[in-house]
Design a protein around this ligand. Sequence first.
Ligand code: CA
Length: 236
Amino acid sequence: MNNNKYKILLVEDESNIRNLVSTMLEASEYRVITATTCKEAETMFASHMPDLIILDLGLPDKNGLELLNYVRNESLTPIIILSARTDEHDKVEALDMGANDYITKPFGSAELLARVRSALRNNRHCSEEGKLPGGKFILGDMVIDYDARQIFIGGNEIKLTQTEYNIVALLSEYSGKMMTYSAIIKTIWGYPDEGSIKKLQVNMANIRKKFGIKPGDKSYIINELGVGYRMNSDKN
Ligand code: CA
C-alpha cells in the first residue's frame, strides 16, 4: 500500500515521543510534518492542510483542546488525540469536541498505524458517502444490510431488537471513530437520563452475546471503559 499522498501533522512537544512517532509513520511512507506548540500547529494546519492530525493535549502554550476547537471550526480533518493522561474526562471531552479517536502513551507502532488507517478511512467514508449510510457495510465476516435492517455474521442472520440494531448501525456509520456514551445515547434515545448508561451497557451486552463475542475479544466492537465504544474499521 502506498501512503505517500497522506500528509500527517504531528503536534507534540516532547522530542523523544515526536521522533518516535515520526519514525513509525515515515516507515509506513506517510509524510510527516511536526509542530511543538498550539500556535505553531495552527500555522502549519493553515499552510499545509494535512490529511490527519495527531495531537498531544499537554502543550507548552495552550491546551491541545484549543487546537482541536480551532481545527473543527475550519474542517473535518481527522484528529487522533495522543495523551499520557489517564483522566477519562479529557478523552471524553476531546471526543465530544470532534476528535476521531485517541491513543494512550505508551503505545506500539502497530496500534498507532491501525488508528491512523482507521481515521483516514473514516474520513473518506464521510466525505464521499455522507453521514447517512446506504447499501451495505462489510467488516470481516459481518455484513450489515442498511436497507433491510439486517445483520449477518458468517452468512447467518443475527436477530437484534430495533434498539440493538440502531446501536450497531450507528457504530458502523462512524466505524473507526470512538463514540462516547453520551454521543450514542443522544442519537439512539434522544435524551440522557440517570439510567442511560446502564441501558446502553445492557443493550451492548446483548449485542455481544448475540454476536458471539467473548469478554476480551477485540473483534467488531471495542469498549473503552468509562469512555465509549468503537467499531473496528480494520479488516482484522
Ligand atoms: Ca506534552
